[in-house]
Ligand binder design. Structure first.
Ligand code: GFB
Length: 321
């Protein structure tokens, strides 16, 4: 396998550094001593704008690109705004991937999501399940955009011999997440709701859906290590799954969040809200064969994320509902 280690002095662009994933990748690269890191906020550079992206790459010519910029959201945001999720993500990917190829970026990591796999893929889901069946309808628009990104990376490799790769993380959480009450993913939504209930003395908390779906969660700092590890050890067209290899039901997850936050009341399930895909546990044997392992347990990661959330409230970076 033709793999070269990353040059820590080469210019490295983290697209999406204000987000959960990009922020963690940036912190990790800084810790590793990368000396020429380039970032742009979305107000400085709108990645949906092809002219602006072309000008940025022509000027900066990064050697390495981590494409962590995306429009993301939880199940309700995905199912309510499918046109935005499809259009924004396609445009960001096409602009960044083509500009990177045109302006000499030699390495690139494209980040997708476990929702690209078929709704009823055999569990745990192997990378070769891609495009073998229908998608989960609540996030099919987002998934199609991310599948296009995987194919785009493969096409650039085939046509131009570029060492670009794709990774598919499972559901992520950690400091820097979006805690919006309805737009966010399940963990930040529940941290917020349980925290508010514990502080107000409420007797019950509402959890969406039946509580039966199962989800796998990876701390974003473990993902950041996996991203660098893959860039240094993997150079093939097939995407690589990144996860922990075990999952919990939403009910179990809600009980764990309640315990971490200190909420002792009842759980109520709102079955008018969608469950989404019944299960999407990733087969992570491929990335483990390259020597990467997750280090942060869900309980420890949740405690740390809850501490971070409370600090944001105390310093006014986040407001209660
Ligand atoms: O995290 P989540 O929105 O994403 O929802 P998905 C996971 C499960 O948690 C669903 C339940 O069964 C939800 O019904 N859930 C319970 C909640 N309470 C809540 C809550 O308060 N908020 C939220 N958001 N969920 C997304 C995709 O799917 O996952 C994206 O839509 C992406 O495309 C992302 O792939 C990682 O795992 O269902």
């Amino acid at each position: 396998m033709a793999v070269t280690s990353l040059d820590r002095s080469a210019r490295t662009y983290v697209a999406g550094h204000r987000g959960l994933v990009g922020g963690a990748v940036l912190r990790h690269l800084q810790q590793l001593g990368f000396g020429d890191l380039v970032t742009r906020s979305s107000s400085e550079l709108d990645l949906r704008d092809p002219v602006a992206v072309e000008a940025f790459f022509a000027e900066q010519r990064p050697a390495t690109v981590i494409l962590a910029a995306a429009k993301v959201g939880g199940i309700l945001a995905n199912s309510t705004y499918p046109a935005d999720f499809l259009s924004d993500n396609l445009r960001i990917q096409v602009n960044v991937l083509d500009a990177a190829a045109r302006h000499g970026s030699t390495k690139l990591l494209f980040l997708g999501s476990s929702c690209i796999y078929p709704k009823f893929a055999p569990q745990p889901i192997r990378e070769d399940s891609l495009l073998t069946g229908p998608l989960e309808p609540t996030n099919d628009a987002y998934a199609i955009a991310k599948i296009a990104g995987v194919l785009h990376v493969q096409a650039l490799r085939r046509q131009y011999g570029l060492h670009y790769i794709s990774a598919m993380p499972t559901n992520l959480y950690g400091p820097g997440d979006n805690f919006h009450p309805t737009g966010s993913h399940v963990l930040p939504a529940l941290i917020r709701r349980f925290d508010e209930a514990a502080r107000s003395g409420a007797s019950s908390v509402t959890v969406w859906g039946t509580g039966a779906p199962r989800r796998e969660f990876l701390h974003v700092d473990d993902l950041a290590r996996a991203c660098v590890h893959l860039l240094e050890h993997y150079d093939e067209p097939e995407p690589v799954n990144i996860g922990v290899g075990e999952d919990l039901s939403i009910r179990e997850i809600a009980e764990l969040v309640a315990e971490v936050v200190g909420f002792q009341g009842e759980l109520e399930f709102d079955t008018s809200k969608p469950d989404g895909t019944p299960r999407k546990l990733l087969d992570v044997s491929k990335i483990k064969s390259f020597g990467w392992e997750p280090r942060i347990t869900l309980r420890d990661g949740l405690k740390q994320t809850y501490r971070w959330y409370c600090e944001q409230l105390e310093t006014g970076q986040l407001q209660r509902t």
